[in-house]
Design a protein around this ligand. Structure first.
Ligand SMILES: Nc1ncnc2c1ncn2[C@@H]1O[C@H](COP(=O)(O)OP(=O)(O)OP(=O)(O)O)[C@@H](O)[C@H]1O
Length: 325
């Protein structure tokens, strides 16, 4: 069977070729990234293995951001803690797929922990009884070690994470990805294609410069057929802890995420304020949701989890926390 896709340009070397994605004919081809990434073009046997491995994971949610530094890892960790706390019977896992910049071990206060490999696979690190984490950060000799890998090696790591981690039964698996749309995203989406993905949560700040990239991120999701569960606007407002005055540190000159969501037909899941105590908790690995349960950020987070599709996509026969009115 030919390994040249129907939409391939003239002189396509074929997806099985060593030159796939690298030949001059590949320039501008829509499949160039995926071919060059080294992800096998044919049905990869790993897809079935991953499907089986994740058969007991109900909802797989990919966390995306167009821009770096908008708080995607922070939001992932907060969602993990909130989902685990508000639904004590649920099990939540976080997969840190930011291979070159893994920050979840630090943010979740478990850096320095070791993952163990047994007959049933790698055991994730437990942050609390019902919140577990897997990250390349646990496999590095030192947290300062740089991971300088090309696409195919990163893809291999992601494949291993998806196929070899023994999560047990999970209600939610949150997958923290690097900013933008890179090899890691294509790998995660491709490897999860057989296992099924619930969708993506896109994190942004209100600034136009960040929103521009959200548009691209949403377009990317549309192109790869990944449902967008909604957008979280982070660092929306700063509320002074002393005088309660509100200020916009990142001004929403074009209407912020709300206007963007309205324009693109996406759902705004909620807005998290900028809170210096939250930044401090992230640096020290403290559990902000437990430490400051009545803070505006946690109240906003509860609303995101309880009153949005993030809760609605989970229909296990359990009583879910609902925000008191
Ligand atoms: N709502 C917030 N209030 C205060 N500080 C925040 C908030 N959200 C994130 N931060 C801080 O902003 C910084 C960047 O956040 P984070 O690392 O989560 O961003 P990111 O988008 O995941 O970055 P990267 O591009 O490295 O993946 C961190 O120091 C974090 O503590």
């Amino acid at each position: 069977m030919s390994s040249v896709p129907e939409n391939a340009p003239n002189h396509c070397p074929g997806t099985q070729s060593e030159d796939a994605g690298k030949a001059s004919a590949c320039a501008g081809c829509p499949n160039q990234n995926i071919c060059a990434s080294g992800v096998p073009a044919g049905p990869d046997p790993a897809l079935e293995i991953i499907k089986e491995r994740l058969a007991n994971v109900k909802h797989k949610i990919i966390i995306l951001s167009g821009k770096g530094g908008v708080g995607k890892s922070t939001v992932t960790s907060l969602l993990g803690h909130a989902l685990a706390k508000l639904n004590p019977d649920a099990n939540v896992g976080i997969l840190d797929a930011d291979i070159c910049g893994p920050s979840q071990p630090r943010v979740l206060g478990v850096s320095g922990e070791q993952v163990h490999n047994s007959g049933s696979g790698w055991s994730p690190v437990y942050v609390t009884d019902n919140l577990s984490l897997m990250s390349i950060g646990f496999l590095l000799a030192s947290p300062d070690d740089a991971v300088i890998w090309r696409g195919p090696k990163k893809n291999g790591m992601i494949k291993q994470f998806l196929s070899e981690v023994d999560w047990g039964d999970l209600d939610y698996l949150l997958i923290d990805t690097p900013p933008g749309t890179s090899d890691e995203h294509l790998s995660v989406i491709q490897y999860l294609s057989a296992a099924g993905v619930s969708g993506a949560v896109v994190v942004t700040t209100p600034q136009e410069v960040a929103l521009l990239d959200v548009r691209k991120e949403i377009q990317f999701c549309q192109k790869v057929g990944l449902p967008v569960l909604g957008v979280v606007e982070n660092m929306s407002l700063f509320v002074c802890p002393n005088c309660q005055a509100r200020s916009e540190i990142f001004p929403a000159t074009t209407g912020g995420a709300r206007a963007l969501c309205a324009a693109l037909g996406a759902r705004l899941l909620g807005a998290l304020p900028l809170d210096p105590l939250l930044a401090r908790c992230c640096d020290s690995g403290a559990d902000f949701v437990a430490e400051l349960p009545h803070s505006p950020a946690v109240l906003a987070l509860r609303a995101i989890v309880a009153g949005t599709r993030l809760r609605n996509i989970a229909r296990p026969p359990r009583v879910f926390y609902t925000l008191p009115v």
